[in-house]
Design a protein around this ligand. Structure first.
Ligand code: IPM
Ligand code: MG
Length: 358
């Protein structure tokens, strides 16, 4: 009997359904080739349901999501709905309730993809960002007081517990040991860089740096580095080849991974995973709903397809994951651009091309 994985598919809004459709096509091709089954179950959550019924993420749906093997997500956000309602109510709620405390965002320039940085290619743009995904400014702790006066105060707290920092850094060290540049045969050492702001956020980085050294002592084979987040942005452009694995807190990770995405060809190709190493993980293209391109068969599905490959890797189907990555690498050199509507192919043509390579 071949193995069957149950996958909840949250295609979501905007171009989400189009890119996820191509992703599912490629995933099924890989499943067939490598002898496992995927039970892809579409979930009715997103802007359309909210506008129809007022429901964002019903508890019953959330309970179902806790019982699947993985979640495959397109994009969340709707032009007719106030920003924040769906993002917080769906995307962030799933991340928190399923305790997906790692956001894994590989930064990898595929062959033939134009890099906006002069003189940099696939050899230089080849690292990975691990974003802490459960704490920091995203906990929503804070508030407003003295409203209606000129002394009104807004507070939004950056909050971390020792346990949150420790589990994130442990994952990062393990990841660097297994997937660092030395482990992959492209560098002399495996490096893990902690990115922070210890010159200003002194309490926060007293904790992060201490735990970094503490956990790092168990990983003598991983070289430790520390960079301030502002300097990191500069280095990501000036000398991206210096990075191997980066680990950082939630908000810094949100910001630097958009910068990283453009250096790898843009949001059309950047994939990520929200990971709970012992629970249910969720994989998504980093880009949003792209309302301008919705329904035009013009959006780039490669980020969603790449997210599908990451999902298979997490499920333990490494060969199938590698096959999808190989098929993406065989497709990118044929494309004119990674930008929507300029690819030289339609969304569905690209899905067919990648699926055909498997
Ligand atoms: C991301 C997004 C989300 C985030 C938004 C949509 C809430 O920017 O996944 O990077 O801030 O985490
Ligand atoms: Mg973001």
């Amino acid at each position: 009997m071949s193995k069957t994985y149950k996958i909840a598919v949250v295609a979501g809004d905007g171009t989400g359904p189009e890119v996820i459709g191509e992703g599912c096509k490629v995933l099924q091709a890989a499943a067939q080739k490598f002898g496992f089954k995927l039970d892809l179950a579409p979930q009715d959550i997103g802007g359309a349901r909210y506008l129809r019924t007022g429901e964002v993420l019903p508890d019953a749906v959330l309970a179902d999501l806790k019982r699947v093997d993985a979640i495959y997500l397109g994009a969340i956000g709707h032009t007719d709905i106030k920003p924040g309602i769906l993002e917080k109510g769906i995307l962030l709620r799933i991340r928190f309730e399923l305790d997906q405390y790692i956001n894994l965002r590989p930064v990898h320039l595929f062959p033939g993809v134009e890099c906006p940085i002069k003189g940099k290619g696939p050899k230089e743009i080849d690292y990975c960002c691990i974003r802490e995904n459960s704490g920091g400014l995203y906990t929503g702790i804070g508030g407003l007081s003295r409203q209606g006066t000129r002394d009104e105060v807004a507070v939004q707290n950056m909050v971390y517990t020792y346990a949150q920092v420790e589990r994130c850094l442990r994952f990062a060290f393990e990841y660097a040991r297994a997937h660092g540049k030395q482990a992959r045969g492209v560098g002399a050492v495996n490096k893990l860089a902690l990115v922070g702001k210890s010159n200003v956020l002194t309490y926060m980085y007293e904790l992060w740096n201490r735990v970094f050294a503490e956990v790092g002592a168990e990983f003598p084979d991983v070289q430790r580095e520390y960079y301030h987040v502002d300097a990191t942005c500069l280095y990501m452009i000036a000398s991206p080849e210096m990075f191997d694995v980066i680990v950082t807190e939630n908000m810094f990770g949100d910001i630097i991974t958009d910068l990283a995405a453009i250096t790898q060809g843009g949001l059309g190709i950047a994939a990520g995973g929200n990971i709970n190493p012992k629970g249910v993980s969720m994989f998504e293209p980093i880009g949003g709903t792209a309302p301008m391109w919705t329904g035009k068969n013009a959006i780039n599905p490669l980020a969603a397809i790449g997210a599908g490959a990451m999902m298979l890797a997490q499920l333990g189907e490494t060969q199938a994951a590698h096959a999808i990555e190989g098929a993406i690498a065989a497709t990118t050199p044929k494309m004119k651009s990674q930008m929507a509507n300029q690819m030289g192919f339609t969304t569905t043509q690209l899905g067919d091309l990648v699926a055909g390579q498997i």
